[in-house]
Write a protein that binds this ligand. Structure first.
Ligand code: XMP
Length: 520
């Protein structure tokens, strides 16, 4: 597909993904490559411009990341951000040095030239006053001397060169971070770069994405068949609908009931995909199989492994029954792709996530991953564009091991029934209070503790439910949600009154880190 593209080279900044998202928000396609991507790969990508991200290194440290210098001879605009700026100065003949005073956080940028990158960013409050803008800094090094051909286009009290440009070559560089929301006019600065300086056109729309993706899926699949494991989550549902749009009944979705689903989960998913989208869904009730394997298992990692392995077995059995299957469709997202190609390498295993990818080795299926270029919020936009209901699109994430990791310690049918009932009440009250879409996840956890209570003058000795609600952007870090006391009160009252076997409700007020979102 012909589209204007901006390439982001990653030097390890925690904000690299944000840069790509800011570009895409303007309907211009953007991808992230590691800083050491081969020059041929960069050429192949045919970018209209390149953005060099920030990063934790200093250009003078041993082993600091350096890109292929030939990028500066491509004749296309380049924007360096923070480390990217220092790198540009360092590689093109300027001088970078430790700043006497490190700058973190808010700074007042004084704009010395607003003819291109800073066009329309700040008005003069009075005819003779300076143009100023609030920006977000995070750096220890600074530019002491800019390279030949460059001029300074903005400064702050601490950085005589807070932004520089070589207008002949269309090289620009910023000491601050335009991609973070705290840089008030950051979005406009990025817009100026991609449209006015790179000359990109806003051609990246969901409609165009859908058309291209459908075409590619059709071409790839030919007259073969595809299976897709669906869980009811956003990613797998959107994948299924998109693939179905492309190849219709050559797709079979497989929904495995693993016995640790939420109340009515299977029914809801079936209703949405079968009734609204007329898709073929194979519903497999494997609950007894899973629960038998989980009997007496208390250890969280063992629970996760058992469920992951059993899922593969059940899925494999079912997929084998469908003739001529050569492909497995799955909802891999762009952050997973970046993570697995990042030069930083994989992070330590905190929990074994269960992933359908494990199927491939055994089944020799080829993969179809139509969402692998998209961020989560873009998947939601795509789902809406495909006509999927808001209820599916805005669903909170639900882990593969399901209620097994929220039913702490022993998993029994009785304990699962208590947990399911409590969970329904939690979700119901949160939705009624209008909080569902403001929270990343909210759920009940059944603790392996009994406590004493008094109900109608009688002593009780019953279960404890913990309520967990967190706010988060990506699930990597999270904070406990500040749910109003009245809502917590209603949740507690209803659970204790309506769920037999529970006489106490507690609220989890831990952030991630150091806790995690799920309890196991
Ligand atoms: P933690 O508990 O690690 O969870 O803070 C982060 C996010 O991931 C979800 N989660 C999982 N999702 N398979 C999944 O698909 C899993 O095994 C799994 N474990 C945790 C969790 O619900 C939260 O959104």
């Amino acid at each position: 597909m012909l589209k204007d593209k901006i390439l982001v080279l990653d030097f390890g900044s925690q904000y690299t993904q944000l840069i790509a998202r800011r570009v895409r928000e303007n309907s211009v396609y953007s991808e992230i490559f590691p800083y050491n991507a081969p020059f041929e790969k960069i050429l192949d990508f045919k970018p209209k411009g390149i953005i060099l991200s920030g990063g934790p290194s200093s250009v003078y440290s041993k082993g600091s990341p350096i890109p292929d210098i030939k990028i500066f001879n491509l004749g296309i605009p380049i924007l360096g951000i923070c480390y990217g700026m220092q790198l540009m100065a360092h590689l093109l003949g300027g001088k970078v040095a430790k700043a006497a005073k490190r700058e973190y956080g808010r700074a007042e940028l004084i704009i010395d030239d607003d003819s291109d990158l800073f066009s329309g960013i700040a008005e003069r409050p009075t005819p003779n006053a300076q143009r100023q803008a609030v920006v977000w800094m995070s750096h220890g090094d600074r530019i002491e001397k800019y390279p030949e051909g460059f001029i300074s286009i903005a400064h702050t009290d601490n950085s005589p060169v807070a932004a520089m440009a070589n207008k002949k070559k269309n090289f620009y560089a910023l000491q601050f971070h335009p991609e973070v929301v705290h840089t008030e006019k950051g979005r406009e600065i990025i817009k100026n770069f991609i449209f006015n300086i790179c000359g990109s056109k806003p051609t990246w729309t969901m409609k165009s994405f859908i058309e291209t993706a459908k075409h590619e899926i059709k071409e790839k699949v030919g007259n073969q068949r595809v299976v897709c494991g669906i869980s009811g989550g956003v990613d797998s549902s959107v994948t299924a609908v998109l693939v179905h749009e492309a190849i219709g009944d050559a797709l079979t979705c497989i929904f495995v009931d693993n016995g640790v689903l939420r109340h009515d989960e299977a029914k809801k998913v079936e209703l949405m995909l079968k009734k609204s989208f007329h898709m073929k869904i194979k519903y497999v009730d494997a609950s007894e199989r899973f629960l038998k394997k989980l009997k007496g298992v208390k250890d969280p990692e063992r629970k996760r492994k058992i469920i992951g392995n059993e899922f593969i077995r059940v899925f494999e059995d079912e997929a084998m029954k469908i003739m001529n299957v050569s492909f497995l469709a799955q909802g891999t997202l762009y952050p997973d792709v970046i993570e697995s190609t990042s030069f930083k390498g994989p992070s330590a295993t905190i929990k074994s996530h269960h992933n359908v990818g494990g199927l491939l080795k055994k089944m020799k299926l080829k993969l179809i991953e139509p969402l692998r270029e998209l961020f989560k919020d873009e998947v939601r936009v795509l789902g809406r564009e495909l006509g999927m209901p808001d209820e599916t699109i805005n669903r909170h994430p639900f882990p593969g091991p399901g209620l097994a990791i929220r039913c702490i310690s022993d998993i029994t049918k009785e304990r699962l029934a208590i947990l399911r009932k409590a969970d329904v009440i939690v979700l119901d009250e949160i939705k009624k209070a209008g909080l569902y879409n403001k929270i990343w996840q909210v759920f009940a956890v059944l603790l392996p503790v009994k406590s004493v209570g008094v109900m109608g003058d009688e002593r009780t000795y019953d279960n404890v439910i913990a309520v967990r609600a967190v706010t988060s952007v990506d699930g990597m870090t999270a904070d406990w949600a500040q749910i109003p006391y009245e809502v917590l009160g209603r949740i507690s009252n209803r659970i204790i009154n309506e769920v037999k076997g529970v006489n106490r409700v507690v609220y989890d007020i831990s952030s991630k880190p150091p806790s995690t979102i799920e309890w196991e």
